[in-house]
Ligand binder design. Structure first.
Ligand code: SF4
Length: 380
Protein backbone atom coordinates (compact mmCIF):
# COMPACT_ATOMS: atom_id res chain seq x y z
CA UNK A 1 0.00 0.00 0.00
CA UNK A 2 1.30 3.45 -0.88
CA UNK A 3 2.52 5.80 1.80
CA UNK A 4 3.45 9.49 1.84
CA UNK A 5 6.07 11.47 3.72
CA UNK A 6 5.42 14.98 5.05
CA UNK A 7 8.34 17.12 6.25
CA UNK A 8 7.56 20.32 8.13
CA UNK A 9 9.72 23.45 7.97
CA UNK A 10 8.40 25.91 10.56
CA UNK A 11 10.41 29.01 9.62
CA UNK A 12 9.24 32.09 7.72
CA UNK A 13 10.74 35.45 6.84
CA UNK A 14 7.90 37.13 8.75
CA UNK A 15 4.61 36.03 10.28
CA UNK A 16 1.60 36.88 8.11
CA UNK A 17 -1.24 38.30 10.22
CA UNK A 18 -3.82 35.75 8.99
CA UNK A 19 -1.59 32.68 9.46
CA UNK A 20 -2.40 29.95 11.97
CA UNK A 21 0.13 27.43 10.65
CA UNK A 22 2.91 26.21 12.89
CA UNK A 23 5.44 28.81 11.76
CA UNK A 24 7.78 31.29 13.40
CA UNK A 25 9.83 34.18 12.10
CA UNK A 26 13.24 35.48 13.09
CA UNK A 27 15.12 32.17 13.39
CA UNK A 28 18.87 32.55 12.93
CA UNK A 29 21.09 30.40 10.71
CA UNK A 30 22.39 28.31 13.62
CA UNK A 31 18.84 27.46 14.76
CA UNK A 32 17.80 26.57 11.23
CA UNK A 33 20.92 24.45 10.77
CA UNK A 34 20.26 22.45 13.93
CA UNK A 35 16.62 22.00 12.92
CA UNK A 36 17.64 20.62 9.53
CA UNK A 37 20.01 18.15 11.21
CA UNK A 38 17.15 17.10 13.49
CA UNK A 39 14.85 16.53 10.51
CA UNK A 40 17.46 14.34 8.82
CA UNK A 41 17.88 12.35 12.04
CA UNK A 42 14.11 11.88 12.40
CA UNK A 43 13.81 10.75 8.78
CA UNK A 44 16.59 8.24 9.44
CA UNK A 45 14.78 6.96 12.55
CA UNK A 46 11.64 6.32 10.47
CA UNK A 47 13.47 3.59 8.60
CA UNK A 48 13.52 1.55 11.82
CA UNK A 49 9.72 1.36 12.00
CA UNK A 50 8.57 -2.17 11.06
CA UNK A 51 5.50 -0.69 9.33
CA UNK A 52 7.76 1.31 7.01
CA UNK A 53 10.43 -1.20 6.06
CA UNK A 54 8.68 -2.86 3.13
CA UNK A 55 6.75 0.12 1.86
CA UNK A 56 7.72 2.50 -0.91
CA UNK A 57 7.19 6.22 -0.43
CA UNK A 58 4.97 7.41 -3.28
CA UNK A 59 4.84 11.10 -2.34
CA UNK A 60 7.06 13.51 -0.43
CA UNK A 61 5.78 16.93 0.59
CA UNK A 62 8.09 19.49 2.17
CA UNK A 63 5.72 22.11 3.57
CA UNK A 64 5.71 24.94 6.02
CA UNK A 65 6.22 27.59 7.02
CA UNK A 66 8.48 28.52 4.16
CA UNK A 67 10.74 25.62 3.12
CA UNK A 68 12.52 27.83 0.59
CA UNK A 69 13.83 29.99 3.43
CA UNK A 70 16.58 27.34 3.23
CA UNK A 71 19.03 27.29 0.35
CA UNK A 72 18.79 24.78 -2.46
CA UNK A 73 21.70 22.73 -1.10
CA UNK A 74 20.07 22.35 2.32
CA UNK A 75 16.76 21.24 0.78
CA UNK A 76 18.69 18.89 -1.50
CA UNK A 77 20.40 17.40 1.55
CA UNK A 78 17.02 16.86 3.21
CA UNK A 79 15.68 14.94 0.23
CA UNK A 80 18.88 12.94 0.03
CA UNK A 81 18.45 11.98 3.70
CA UNK A 82 15.03 10.62 2.74
CA UNK A 83 16.52 8.64 -0.13
CA UNK A 84 19.26 7.19 2.07
CA UNK A 85 16.87 6.03 4.78
CA UNK A 86 13.63 5.20 3.00
CA UNK A 87 12.56 3.56 -0.20
CA UNK A 88 11.35 6.51 -2.25
CA UNK A 89 9.60 5.32 -5.38
CA UNK A 90 11.42 6.45 -8.58
CA UNK A 91 8.11 7.88 -9.83
CA UNK A 92 7.29 9.64 -6.55
CA UNK A 93 5.70 13.06 -6.56
CA UNK A 94 8.13 15.27 -4.62
CA UNK A 95 6.73 18.67 -3.70
CA UNK A 96 8.36 21.62 -2.03
CA UNK A 97 6.43 24.72 -1.00
CA UNK A 98 7.96 28.02 -2.02
CA UNK A 99 7.39 31.63 -1.12
CA UNK A 100 7.92 34.00 -4.08
CA UNK A 101 10.24 36.25 -2.06
CA UNK A 102 12.65 33.38 -1.37
CA UNK A 103 13.25 31.72 -4.74
CA UNK A 104 15.94 32.86 -7.15
CA UNK A 105 16.30 31.23 -10.55
CA UNK A 106 19.45 29.56 -9.27
CA UNK A 107 17.69 28.10 -6.22
CA UNK A 108 14.85 26.76 -8.36
CA UNK A 109 17.35 25.04 -10.67
CA UNK A 110 19.10 23.53 -7.65
CA UNK A 111 15.79 22.22 -6.29
CA UNK A 112 14.88 20.66 -9.61
CA UNK A 113 18.35 19.07 -9.90
CA UNK A 114 18.01 17.70 -6.37
CA UNK A 115 14.91 15.78 -7.45
CA UNK A 116 11.98 17.97 -6.43
CA UNK A 117 9.49 17.61 -9.27
CA UNK A 118 6.52 19.64 -8.02
CA UNK A 119 6.63 23.23 -6.81
CA UNK A 120 3.81 24.78 -4.82
CA UNK A 121 4.15 28.56 -4.90
CA UNK A 122 2.38 30.75 -2.34
CA UNK A 123 1.44 33.56 -4.68
CA UNK A 124 -1.83 34.25 -2.77
CA UNK A 125 -2.77 37.35 -4.79
CA UNK A 126 -1.68 39.24 -7.88
CA UNK A 127 -2.98 42.58 -6.57
CA UNK A 128 -0.51 44.75 -4.64
CA UNK A 129 -3.30 46.07 -2.40
CA UNK A 130 -4.39 42.57 -1.38
CA UNK A 131 -0.83 41.34 -0.80
CA UNK A 132 -0.35 44.29 1.51
CA UNK A 133 -3.60 43.55 3.34
CA UNK A 134 -2.42 39.94 3.79
CA UNK A 135 0.91 41.18 5.13
CA UNK A 136 2.82 39.28 2.46
CA UNK A 137 6.41 40.43 1.99
CA UNK A 138 6.66 39.66 -1.72
CA UNK A 139 5.43 41.70 -4.66
CA UNK A 140 3.09 40.87 -7.53
CA UNK A 141 6.12 40.84 -9.84
CA UNK A 142 7.94 38.33 -7.62
CA UNK A 143 4.86 36.07 -7.66
CA UNK A 144 4.73 36.09 -11.45
CA UNK A 145 8.52 35.67 -11.76
CA UNK A 146 8.49 32.68 -9.39
CA UNK A 147 6.06 30.80 -11.64
CA UNK A 148 7.91 31.72 -14.83
CA UNK A 149 11.34 30.91 -13.35
CA UNK A 150 10.09 27.58 -12.03
CA UNK A 151 9.11 26.62 -15.55
CA UNK A 152 12.52 27.70 -16.88
CA UNK A 153 14.13 25.58 -14.13
CA UNK A 154 12.33 22.54 -15.52
CA UNK A 155 9.32 22.20 -13.22
CA UNK A 156 6.44 20.72 -15.20
CA UNK A 157 4.14 20.39 -12.23
CA UNK A 158 3.52 23.78 -10.63
CA UNK A 159 0.83 24.71 -8.15
CA UNK A 160 -0.15 28.30 -7.45
CA UNK A 161 -1.76 28.94 -4.05
CA UNK A 162 -4.30 31.77 -4.06
CA UNK A 163 -6.56 33.25 -1.38
CA UNK A 164 -9.96 34.86 -1.82
CA UNK A 165 -12.41 36.51 0.55
CA UNK A 166 -9.68 38.72 1.97
CA UNK A 167 -11.27 41.53 4.04
CA UNK A 168 -11.88 44.46 1.71
CA UNK A 169 -11.40 42.39 -1.47
CA UNK A 170 -14.01 42.88 -4.18
CA UNK A 171 -15.36 40.20 -6.51
CA UNK A 172 -13.87 42.21 -9.37
CA UNK A 173 -10.40 42.04 -7.80
CA UNK A 174 -10.70 38.28 -7.30
CA UNK A 175 -11.80 37.81 -10.92
CA UNK A 176 -8.76 39.80 -12.01
CA UNK A 177 -6.57 37.50 -9.87
CA UNK A 178 -8.13 34.46 -11.54
CA UNK A 179 -7.60 35.96 -15.00
CA UNK A 180 -3.93 36.53 -14.23
CA UNK A 181 -3.44 33.09 -12.69
CA UNK A 182 -4.76 31.26 -15.75
CA UNK A 183 -2.48 33.39 -17.94
CA UNK A 184 0.47 31.90 -16.01
CA UNK A 185 -0.75 28.39 -17.01
CA UNK A 186 0.20 26.46 -13.87
CA UNK A 187 -0.82 22.79 -13.82
CA UNK A 188 -2.61 23.19 -10.49
CA UNK A 189 -4.39 25.99 -8.65
CA UNK A 190 -5.36 25.95 -4.97
CA UNK A 191 -7.89 28.69 -4.27
CA UNK A 192 -8.66 28.97 -0.58
CA UNK A 193 -11.31 31.06 1.05
CA UNK A 194 -9.70 33.00 3.90
CA UNK A 195 -10.88 31.94 7.33
CA UNK A 196 -10.19 34.40 10.12
CA UNK A 197 -8.81 32.24 12.93
CA UNK A 198 -9.26 33.52 16.49
CA UNK A 199 -5.60 33.16 17.51
CA UNK A 200 -4.19 35.17 14.62
CA UNK A 201 -3.56 38.89 14.30
CA UNK A 202 -6.53 39.02 11.91
CA UNK A 203 -8.62 37.40 14.66
CA UNK A 204 -7.58 40.09 17.13
CA UNK A 205 -8.26 42.89 14.64
CA UNK A 206 -11.62 41.34 13.85
CA UNK A 207 -12.60 41.21 17.52
CA UNK A 208 -11.39 44.79 17.96
CA UNK A 209 -13.56 45.92 15.06
CA UNK A 210 -10.75 47.10 12.78
CA UNK A 211 -11.17 44.20 10.33
CA UNK A 212 -14.42 43.00 8.81
CA UNK A 213 -14.74 39.57 7.25
CA UNK A 214 -16.11 39.34 3.72
CA UNK A 215 -19.86 38.67 3.70
CA UNK A 216 -20.94 35.04 3.23
CA UNK A 217 -22.76 35.90 -0.01
CA UNK A 218 -19.61 37.53 -1.41
CA UNK A 219 -17.56 34.49 -0.41
CA UNK A 220 -20.08 32.25 -2.21
CA UNK A 221 -19.87 34.40 -5.36
CA UNK A 222 -16.05 34.23 -5.30
CA UNK A 223 -16.23 30.44 -4.89
CA UNK A 224 -18.52 30.22 -7.93
CA UNK A 225 -16.36 32.58 -10.00
CA UNK A 226 -13.36 30.41 -9.18
CA UNK A 227 -15.18 27.35 -10.43
CA UNK A 228 -16.38 29.08 -13.62
CA UNK A 229 -13.07 30.67 -14.61
CA UNK A 230 -10.84 27.70 -13.82
CA UNK A 231 -13.06 25.03 -15.38
CA UNK A 232 -13.49 27.23 -18.49
CA UNK A 233 -9.70 27.18 -18.79
CA UNK A 234 -9.40 23.41 -18.64
CA UNK A 235 -8.87 22.83 -14.93
CA UNK A 236 -10.85 20.11 -13.22
CA UNK A 237 -12.37 20.89 -9.86
CA UNK A 238 -11.27 17.83 -7.89
CA UNK A 239 -11.43 19.03 -4.29
CA UNK A 240 -13.28 21.86 -2.53
CA UNK A 241 -10.44 24.36 -3.03
CA UNK A 242 -8.29 22.56 -5.60
CA UNK A 243 -8.18 22.50 -9.39
CA UNK A 244 -5.80 20.71 -11.73
CA UNK A 245 -5.29 19.89 -15.36
CA UNK A 246 -5.89 16.19 -15.99
CA UNK A 247 -3.31 14.00 -14.28
CA UNK A 248 -1.83 16.80 -12.16
CA UNK A 249 -3.96 16.41 -9.06
CA UNK A 250 -1.80 16.58 -5.94
CA UNK A 251 -1.12 12.93 -5.16
CA UNK A 252 0.14 13.73 -1.67
CA UNK A 253 -2.99 15.60 -0.64
CA UNK A 254 -5.12 12.83 -2.16
CA UNK A 255 -3.52 10.49 0.40
CA UNK A 256 -4.99 12.71 3.13
CA UNK A 257 -8.39 12.96 1.48
CA UNK A 258 -8.45 9.19 0.94
CA UNK A 259 -7.55 8.76 4.62
CA UNK A 260 -4.51 6.66 3.76
CA UNK A 261 -1.17 6.42 5.56
CA UNK A 262 1.57 8.99 5.74
CA UNK A 263 4.73 9.51 7.74
CA UNK A 264 5.45 12.94 9.14
CA UNK A 265 8.55 14.57 10.56
CA UNK A 266 9.22 18.00 12.00
CA UNK A 267 7.79 20.30 14.63
CA UNK A 268 4.07 19.74 15.16
CA UNK A 269 3.90 17.19 12.34
CA UNK A 270 1.04 14.66 12.51
CA UNK A 271 1.55 11.12 11.24
CA UNK A 272 -1.09 8.51 10.39
CA UNK A 273 0.20 4.96 10.16
CA UNK A 274 -1.56 1.60 10.46
CA UNK A 275 -4.46 2.95 12.51
CA UNK A 276 -2.34 5.09 14.81
CA UNK A 277 -2.11 8.87 14.88
CA UNK A 278 1.07 10.37 16.30
CA UNK A 279 2.14 13.96 16.64
CA UNK A 280 5.33 15.80 17.48
CA UNK A 281 5.87 18.70 19.86
CA UNK A 282 4.89 21.97 18.23
CA UNK A 283 7.75 24.22 19.29
CA UNK A 284 10.64 24.12 16.78
CA UNK A 285 13.17 24.66 19.59
CA UNK A 286 11.78 21.85 21.72
CA UNK A 287 11.55 19.61 18.67
CA UNK A 288 15.24 20.13 17.87
CA UNK A 289 16.35 19.59 21.46
CA UNK A 290 14.20 16.46 21.82
CA UNK A 291 15.62 14.92 18.65
CA UNK A 292 19.16 15.83 19.69
CA UNK A 293 18.79 14.32 23.15
CA UNK A 294 16.42 11.37 22.73
CA UNK A 295 15.98 10.86 18.97
CA UNK A 296 12.25 11.43 18.99
CA UNK A 297 10.00 14.42 19.58
CA UNK A 298 6.67 12.66 19.93
CA UNK A 299 4.20 14.55 22.09
CA UNK A 300 1.30 12.13 21.85
CA UNK A 301 -0.34 9.28 20.00
CA UNK A 302 -3.69 7.52 19.83
CA UNK A 303 -5.21 4.46 18.22
CA UNK A 304 -7.93 5.36 15.76
CA UNK A 305 -10.96 3.12 16.26
CA UNK A 306 -12.74 1.46 13.35
CA UNK A 307 -15.76 3.75 13.71
CA UNK A 308 -13.49 6.82 13.77
CA UNK A 309 -11.70 5.62 10.66
CA UNK A 310 -14.97 5.06 8.83
CA UNK A 311 -16.29 8.49 9.84
CA UNK A 312 -13.07 10.22 8.86
CA UNK A 313 -12.96 8.40 5.54
CA UNK A 314 -16.43 9.76 4.77
CA UNK A 315 -15.61 13.25 6.00
CA UNK A 316 -12.33 13.53 4.10
CA UNK A 317 -13.59 11.72 1.00
CA UNK A 318 -16.45 14.16 0.62
CA UNK A 319 -13.91 16.93 0.11
CA UNK A 320 -13.21 15.41 -3.32
CA UNK A 321 -15.47 16.21 -6.25
CA UNK A 322 -15.65 12.46 -6.92
CA UNK A 323 -16.70 11.90 -3.34
CA UNK A 324 -16.53 8.47 -1.74
CA UNK A 325 -16.63 5.21 -3.67
CA UNK A 326 -19.15 2.93 -1.93
CA UNK A 327 -17.38 -0.16 -3.24
CA UNK A 328 -13.91 0.94 -2.08
CA UNK A 329 -15.32 1.83 1.32
CA UNK A 330 -17.00 -1.58 1.58
CA UNK A 331 -13.82 -3.40 0.53
CA UNK A 332 -11.82 -1.50 3.11
CA UNK A 333 -14.12 -1.69 6.11
CA UNK A 334 -16.37 -4.69 5.43
CA UNK A 335 -19.49 -2.51 5.54
CA UNK A 336 -20.92 -0.12 2.97
CA UNK A 337 -21.56 3.56 3.78
CA UNK A 338 -25.32 2.98 3.47
CA UNK A 339 -25.10 0.31 6.19
CA UNK A 340 -23.08 2.45 8.58
CA UNK A 341 -24.29 5.98 7.86
CA UNK A 342 -27.80 5.60 6.40
CA UNK A 343 -29.35 8.19 8.73
CA UNK A 344 -26.65 10.77 8.02
CA UNK A 345 -26.71 10.19 4.26
CA UNK A 346 -30.51 10.38 4.14
CA UNK A 347 -30.48 13.63 6.11
CA UNK A 348 -27.85 15.21 3.85
CA UNK A 349 -29.61 13.97 0.70
CA UNK A 350 -32.89 15.51 1.86
CA UNK A 351 -31.08 18.82 2.47
CA UNK A 352 -29.64 18.66 -1.05
CA UNK A 353 -26.04 18.60 0.21
CA UNK A 354 -25.02 15.19 -1.14
CA UNK A 355 -26.10 13.02 -4.04
CA UNK A 356 -25.65 9.32 -4.72
CA UNK A 357 -24.89 8.29 -8.27
CA UNK A 358 -23.99 4.72 -9.15
CA UNK A 359 -21.05 3.85 -6.89
CA UNK A 360 -20.38 7.30 -5.47
CA UNK A 361 -21.58 9.60 -2.74
CA UNK A 362 -20.51 13.19 -3.42
CA UNK A 363 -21.28 16.75 -2.44
CA UNK A 364 -23.70 18.66 -4.66
CA UNK A 365 -22.86 22.25 -5.74
CA UNK A 366 -24.87 23.42 -2.71
CA UNK A 367 -22.97 20.90 -0.58
CA UNK A 368 -19.63 22.35 -1.68
CA UNK A 369 -20.66 25.72 -0.29
CA UNK A 370 -21.79 24.12 2.98
CA UNK A 371 -19.13 21.43 3.06
CA UNK A 372 -18.29 21.86 6.74
CA UNK A 373 -21.87 21.14 7.77
CA UNK A 374 -22.03 18.07 5.53
CA UNK A 375 -18.70 16.66 6.68
CA UNK A 376 -19.42 17.15 10.38
CA UNK A 377 -22.30 14.66 10.10
CA UNK A 378 -19.77 11.84 9.97
CA UNK A 379 -17.55 12.61 12.91
CA UNK A 380 -19.97 13.28 15.74
S1 SF4 B 1 4.45 32.58 4.65
FE1 SF4 B 1 2.82 31.05 4.91
S2 SF4 B 1 3.40 29.83 6.70
FE2 SF4 B 1 4.67 31.70 6.71
S3 SF4 B 1 3.57 33.10 8.05
FE3 SF4 B 1 2.90 33.55 5.94
S4 SF4 B 1 1.07 32.24 5.63
FE4 SF4 B 1 2.14 31.48 7.46
Amino acid sequence: MQIGLYIHIPFCVSKCPYCDFNSVDGADQATMGRYLDALCAEVDALSQLPAVRDRAISTVFVGGGTPTIYGGDALGRLLEAGRQSLSIDPGAEITVEANPGTVSQEKLCRLRDAGYNRLSIGVQSLQARILERLGRKHSVEQGIAAVQNARVAGFENINVDMIHSVPGQSVKEWCEDLRQVVSLVPQHVSAYSLTIEAETQFGKWSRGGSLTAVAEETDAIMFEKTHCVLTEHGYQHYEISNYAVAGRECRHNLLYWNNEDWLAVGAGAHQHLDGERRWNVKSPDKYTTDIETKRDAVEGSERVSLSQRMGETMMLGLRKAQGVSMRDFGDRFGNYPMEVFRKEIDRLSLSGLVAVSEDRLALTPKGFRLANIAMMEFIN
